[in-house]
Design a protein around this ligand. Structure first.
Ligand SMILES: [Zn+2]
Length: 213
């Protein structure tokens, strides 16, 4: 049994290029990941990928419909974004999403009041930025890995540098005793119910307030 658990999460999919690759690497090391998908990125081809990775035990969660800065939205607009995204995802995988990641990690009290899902951030290596090299991604991931931790990465269409970084990092973390689990499983394994009654955005399941991101 592994004694350390970590959730690798991926934003801005689904797509037919990088989404299946990162799912496959995690599976190679006995792991599963969590995909925070953008509702508007779901089309016929990417829906097939999303359905397939979900069937293989990966988790699908919500990263909004339009990937907007939602702090500029009214309560009605916020609620519509969340609902429309859930409808699209449910039509493909037959399930609701459980967690929410705000686009740009931009959030405010109105969003907490309106969205009835736990908010997730994660330790970041800024892998949306093409100037961040594979080596920098590797070093950042090895440094930020921790038990109960959430890692925020991007399975954007052309983000092969993150695929390369994972190929190096996952075997090393596996050697250190890490198991790569979905977000739902991470909270469950650690016996921590995610809180929705206070404004908290998680980067580690043991967090009880916004002490770090
Ligand atoms: Zn995003």
């Amino acid at each position: 049994m592994s004694d350390k658990h970590i959730a690798f999460t991926f934003d801005d999919g689904p797509n037919t290029t990088v989404t299946p690759l990162v799912a496959e690497i995690l599976e190679k090391y006995g792991g599963r990941g969590t995909f925070f998908v953008v509702g508007n990125n779901i089309n016929d081809a990417s829906a097939k990928v999303m359905k397939y990775v979900h069937l293989n035990g990966h988790e699908i969660d919500s990263h909004s419909l339009t990937h907007s800065d939602m702090t500029k939205f009214t309560a009605k607009q916020i609620a519509d974004e969340i609902e429309m995204t859930d409808i699209r995802i449910r039509s493909v995988i037959g399930e609701e999403t459980r967690f929410f990641r705000p686009p740009y990690i931009a959030y405010d009290q109105l969003m907490f009041d309106t969205i009835d899902k736990p908010f997730i951030c994660g330790r970041r290596v800024d892998d949306w930025d093409k100037s961040v090299t594979v080596e920098q991604r590797i070093n950042g991931l090895l440094e930020k890995a921790e038990d109960g931790g959430i890692i925020l990465l991007h399975d954007q269409d052309d983000n092969y540098a993150t695929v390369e970084a994972l190929q190096f990092v996952l075997p090393r973390l596996a050697e250190q005793g890490y198991e790569f689990v979905t977000l739902s499983r991470l909270f469950r394994l650690k016996g921590v119910p995610p809180l929705t009654d206070r404004p908290i955005i998680y980067s580690n399941v043991f967090q009880t307030e916004n002490t770090y991101q």
